[in-house]
Design a protein around this ligand. Structure first.
Ligand SMILES: [Zn+2]
Length: 117
């Protein structure tokens, strides 16, 4: 499957990812690097490793995603944004479960997430 993500192919990808990690607003990064906010959001959700995020940084990012969901102009956009937040939480939980030594398969991590919420 061809890689179509404009951020992955962007010559300034490292800078863009550093700015995303630093919490610089999407609109500012988008303007500076001539990319769309949607592309930034998709790239962050699907292609950026979050393994180095601290718990607090991760919580901030999830809150930012949920804030975006609350202020979405359409229900469809709200659902997409909530899905992004869910993927993020699931990813963090799987990582945490792996780090803590329990070998938990993805479906178990999903079940644990549902129980905890
Ligand atoms: Zn990408």
């Amino acid at each position: 499957m061809p890689q179509t993500c404009t951020i992955c192919r962007h010559p300034e990808r490292d800078d863009i990812e550093a700015e995303l990690r630093d919490g610089i607003p999407y609109r500012d990064i988008a303007r500076q690097h001539h990319v769309s906010k949607d592309a930034l959001s998709r790239h962050r959700a699907n292609h950026m490793s979050r393994h180095t995020a601290t718990g607090l940084a991760a919580a901030r990012e999830i809150m930012a995603i949920l804030d975006k969901a609350e202020t979405s102009t359409t229900w469809n956009l709200t659902l997409l944004t909530i899905r992004e937040a869910r993927r993020y939480v699931e990813e963090l939980m799987k990582l945490n479960l792996t780090v803590s030594g329990s070998r938990v398969a993805a479906p178990d991590a999903d079940a644990k997430l549902k129980n905890d919420l």
